[in-house]
Ligand binder design. Structure first.
Ligand code: FUL
Length: 480
């Protein structure tokens, strides 16, 4: 009897399962609002925090731009420890590190077979060292994603300024992308100065991109590349309303016309310079400054790229290590308690949902992969969250399911103040949301908070509406 009922149950279970499966092809899906990111762009945007490591011959000559005439013997990081970099980056919450494999001086941190201007001629390890090897192994062991910077401008290479250099550059790219495992980002600077023979190079970008797509199909190509856009300054700040939807740029998008998905990256150094200079040990950016940049980059629908330069021993210096840990601790503390999570949430007008899979609760379920979407054909909508009792807060985080396109064009966040029930006070206003918007405002005490999307390109959709209270939120400086 027992066996029989178990068998019956199994039959019922299988039937139910197949009913769901059979139904799934017809499940309602939210149509994308073009353009949308590639899977690689989406994964990259979700990293939020990435790190730059400027390290090379300049570290030993105390310069920012080498001229390509440096003696490679000077390169001697006696205690190089890439694991120390990676662990410090992790403590700061960083998810990917980009190493300057070759800067404008042409000195290669790996033993390239295409030049002698490299670690092969260094005092370090009698010319048998390979920083790219040690770096990529440390990243892989610690679960850190990997980026490589290869400067197209090369002030050492004799072929620079001739067609032969394009092949030289592709050869170096191929070495980097085939000898060290998966690479997640390739970073190209736009600088194009003169080489040793006084000539400038005409870069063959399409052939560089083809080389990357062939050997590292999962890598995004940044700055002078079609996947990731330079935000336009080196101070780590995006514009209010920064959008990933941009007109195609013919330098990097070739024949593509109209709008393309081209998300912004905000680069900045933790110190005044990109390379290590001892006197700058005293000039590491303050915690408040870094947190402010976080709000002005990650909080403005962009990725933050913070440079931390190792010293001559091959270590991140103590002030930088301490600052990174403080930064990571502050971010973890700020976002540890979402007052809106799993709270009752309603739409205005009622039942303003795209279907059963897109209920308002999806915006407050703590899972950024699920989302509320409004009724088909609408371009406006409101979410009202009940915090259960009057709570004090000073920060709201919003996210859209941006992999289906940017939607909001104009929105505001409001609270029903404890002392004025029935009225709504505007806390913040915005336009584009995309991957994330962080809104900071003076401490407010209220039981209900609402997000009013006044206008969207297509059906409004929200994957996160989170509310926080933290004394660590840096005051908005108004300085961009
Ligand atoms: C600039 C370079 O010239 C700097 O040296 C640095 O590498 C920075 C990230 O990009 O254009």
């Amino acid at each position: 009897m027992k066996l029989k009922s178990q068998a019956l149950l199994r039959v019922l279970f299988v039937c139910a399962g197949s009913a769901v499966l059979a139904a799934s092809p017809d499940r309602v899906t939210l149509p994308p609002v073009e353009p949308i990111p590639t899977p690689e762009q989406r994964a990259w945007q979700e990293l939020e925090l990435t790190m730059f490591v400027h390290f090379g011959i300049n570290t030993f000559t105390d310069r920012e731009w080498g001229d390509g005439k440096e003696d490679p013997k000077l390169f001697n990081p006696t205690k190089l420890d890439c694991r120390q970099w990676v662990r410090a980056a992790k403590s700061g919450g960083f998810k990917l590190i980009i190493l300057t494999a070759k800067h404008h001086d042409g000195f290669c941190l790996w033993p390239s077979q295409f030049t002698e201007h490299s670690v092969k001629q260094a005092t370090w390890k009698n010319g048998r060292g390979d920083v790219v090897r040690e770096f990529t192994e440390a990243c892989r062991d610690e679960g850190m994603k990997i980026g490589l910077y290869l400067s197209p401008w090369d002030r050492h290479e004799a072929s620079y300024g001739t067609e032969a250099y394009n092949e030289h550059f592709r050869n170096q790219l191929t070495e980097l992308l085939t000898h060290y495992g998966t690479v997640d980002e390739v970073w190209f600077d736009g600088a194009c100065g003169e080489g040793p023979n006084g000539k400038r190079q005409v870069y063959d970008w399409p052939s560089y991109y083809a080389t990357i797509r062939q050997h590292a199909p999962k890598a995004v190509i940044a700055i002078m590349g079609p996947d990731v856009r330079w935000v336009g300054n080196e101070s780590g700040v995006a514009r209010v309303g920064e959008s990933s939807v941009q007109p195609a740029n013919k330098d990097v998008h070739g024949d593509r016309t109209g709008n393309v998905w081209y998300p912004a990256e905000c680069d900045v150094s933790i110190r005044p310079g990109w390379f290590y200079h001892e006197p700058e040990d005293a000039k590491v950016k303050s915690l408040n400054h870094l947190l402010d940049l976080y709000f002005k980059s990650v909080g403005r629908n962009s990725v933050l790229l913070v440079n931390v330069p190792p010293n001559r021993e091959g270590w991140f210096a103590e002030p930088d290590v301490n600052r990174l840990r403080e930064f990571g601790d502050a971010i973890r503390e700020m976002f540890k308690d979402d007052l809106a999570q799993h709270r009752p949430v309603a739409t205005e007008p009622p039942d303003n949902i795209f279907g059963a899979d897109f209920r308002a609760a999806r915006a407050v379920d703590g899972d950024a992969a699920t989302y509320w979407a409004a009724t088909e054909g609408t371009t406006a909508g409101t979410l009202v969250v009940d915090l259960g009792e009057a709570r004090t807060f000073n920060l709201v985080s919003l996210r859209e399911p941006f992999w289906l396109g940017e939607r909001a064009q104009k929105y505001r966040v409001e609270a029903e103040p404890k002392d004025q029930p029935g009225t709504w006070r505007v806390l913040a206003e915005g336009s584009v949301i995309g991957s994330r918007n962080l809104l900071r405002f003076p401490e407010t005490t209220a039981r209900r908070v609402r997000l009013v999307i006044e206008h969207a390109r297509g059906v409004p959709a929200i994957s996160e509406l989170a509310v926080y209270h933290s004394p660590l939120v840096p005051p908005a400086t108004g300085r961009d």
